[in-house]
Design a binder for this molecule. Structure first.
Ligand SMILES: NC(=O)c1ccc[n+]([C@@H]2O[C@H](COP(=O)([O-])OP(=O)(O)OC[C@H]3O[C@@H](n4cnc5c(N)ncnc54)[C@H](OP(=O)(O)O)[C@@H]3O)[C@@H](O)[C@H]2O)c1
Length: 259
């Protein structure tokens, strides 16, 4: 997959193989962290996180009707911050049946306050053939552009077959759970980064984990979830500077396994 050369200090971007559009390689997940409609303090944190995300050139934001109020909070905050034109909005359909799917996808667009979605995914492949037929009608094109899968140092199974198959079929890959829902931070708590991590531009464990993911050429975009503005800046930093090559990725994996 062609890798965009980052501009002077700009973040790494990768092309969606079938459309040619380049998107920043680190996005933002909203599961739990943006499901905050009923809590003013948490909503303010989400607003600040989204603001910092956009200021640092983040664009890809991932939601789902399964994530409670996350879609409507994302739509409300993006509108309030004037970001609607800037974001690459991805959500999912998570129901059975053609009409139910259409209703849910239309509902998602209303909640996210967009006239069109940049990416619609079938959550956990629930009734995928039905929804793919609808989406093909809507898109008037014949193929799948993206898959979304969990992939991390703690859950590396996707690189057995799926990532290579995606690259072969020119399918873009969104990586979810890049920190195994945060469990990876508990594993490295109180443990310093190895000295050699500096050589690949890692100043934090989050950057170590994300750079390992972005070092796989089949990965288009990783979407760490956070409602913490400092964490979103930390995560976006991983899309700048050097990326590990295959030998370095192996070294990182061996090191992580030893912890
Ligand atoms: N989990 C799934 O099964 C699943 C399935 C489908 C899609 N997705 C999508 O993928 C996204 C990402 O997955 P995820 O949210 O489940 O897990 P994740 O991104 O692997 O981990 C999220 C956790 O990491 C913490 N975190 C984030 N950045 C950090 C940093 N720089 N330093 C320290 N801690 C940090 C967050 O806490 P703070 O808020 O404190 O930063 C949060 O607890 C979801 O939000 C969703 O959009 C997930």
């Amino acid at each position: 997959m062609p890798v965009e050369s980052p501009a002077a200090n700009g973040p790494l971007a990768r092309r969606i193989p079938k459309t040619g559009e380049a998107i920043p390689a680190v996005g933002l997940g909203t599961w739990q962290v943006f499901d905050v409609a009923s809590d003013a303090k948490e909503k303010a944190q989400a607003r600040e996180t989204l603001k910092v995300f956009a200021e640092l050139d983040g664009r890809v934001i991932d939601s789902s009707p399964m994530y409670g109020s996350s879609e409507s909070v994302t739509g409300e905050l993006a509108a309030a911050l004037g970001l609607k034109a800037k974001l690459f909005v991805a959500t999912k359909v998570w129901t059975s049946g053609r009409q139910a799917g259409i209703r849910q996808m239309e509902d998602s667009m209303r909640k996210l306050r967009v006239e069109r979605l940049d990416l619609m995914q079938v959550h956990n492949l629930v009734d995928a053939p039905t929804h793919l037929a609808t989406l093909r009608d809507w898109k008037n094109a014949g193929d799948i552009d993206f898959v979304q899968v969990n992939y991390s140092l703690a859950e590396p199974e996707a690189d057995r077959r799926l990532l290579a198959a995606a690259a072969d079929s020119r399918t873009a890959v969104i990586v979810n759970r890049p920190f195994a829902e945060g469990a990876m931070f508990r594993r490295v708590r109180d443990k310093p980064l190895p000295a050699w991590a500096e050589g690949i531009g890692c100043a934090s464990w989050a950057q170590f984990f994300l750079k390992w993911i972005l070092g796989h050429p089949a990965v288009t975009c990783a979407i760490p979830g956070t409602r913490n503005p400092k964490h979103v800046a930390d995560n976006l930093s991983s899309a700048s500077g050097p990326l590990p090559d295959e030998a370095m990725r192996r070294r990182m994996s061996v090191y992580f396994e030893s912890l």
